[in-house]
Ligand binder design. Sequence first.
Ligand SMILES: [Zn+2]
Ligand SMILES: [Zn+2]
Length: 239
Amino acid sequence: MTRASKSKVTPSTTNSIRIPRRNGLQTPFHIVQILSWVLVIFFTVMFYGVENLTLPYIISIALGVVIGLILVVLVFLLFLGAHKDPALEVCLPHIYDKTRVVPEFDRTQRPHVIMDNYCCLCEVEVKLGTKHCRLCNKCIEGYDHHCKWLNNCVGSKNYKLFIFAVGVAVVGILIMTAVSVFAFISTYVPIETTPASGAWWMYEYKLECRLLIVFKFCLELTGIYLWIPLLWYNYTSPR
Ligand SMILES: [Zn+2]
Ligand SMILES: [Zn+2]
């Protein structure tokens, strides 16, 4: 290990000095993270307020319980995934030391942040597979990626939580997509017909409800055909 590669980085006067983020629940929140909260609320309201009312009584009760459990588990996992600090253990004293600031990386001084298993910004020896996250401004053990939905890095400390949350989200989206199709067909009844199930207002505002169902259905398809393959690509691609 050369002396030069372990040398400190002098904070540049042109670069800003930043404090490392502790976890994804620390402000400022990312716009994608706020979007995930809005989506969870929208899906919950749409499912219980509109779509579930179109289902036969027994099925609506059963699916209401299943989706309720999925939502509770998903929100809990998202909270844990965002709350968990995936930083390398030796970086923790730096992160919780409010007097210490980390300089922004200056490429003119060194080609890489981590060289010879040493991070010049955190000033610590790091393990293999560690990466210094530019957004969190700290070293992440077993770095996988920086998740904008969690506004937190995914590393070896919260990787299982992340994969479990994705699995739960996939099951929830698949069930909701099937319910959306049923609800769309079910609400296509003549306005004069008395519905066998569902709330009166849903049939009175049939067009608005159907537009919302189509919008939700498009979001679900986006999740299935875009978001999940992207996550899978990230999961299988070399890190
Ligand atoms: Zn670092
Ligand atoms: Zn990060």
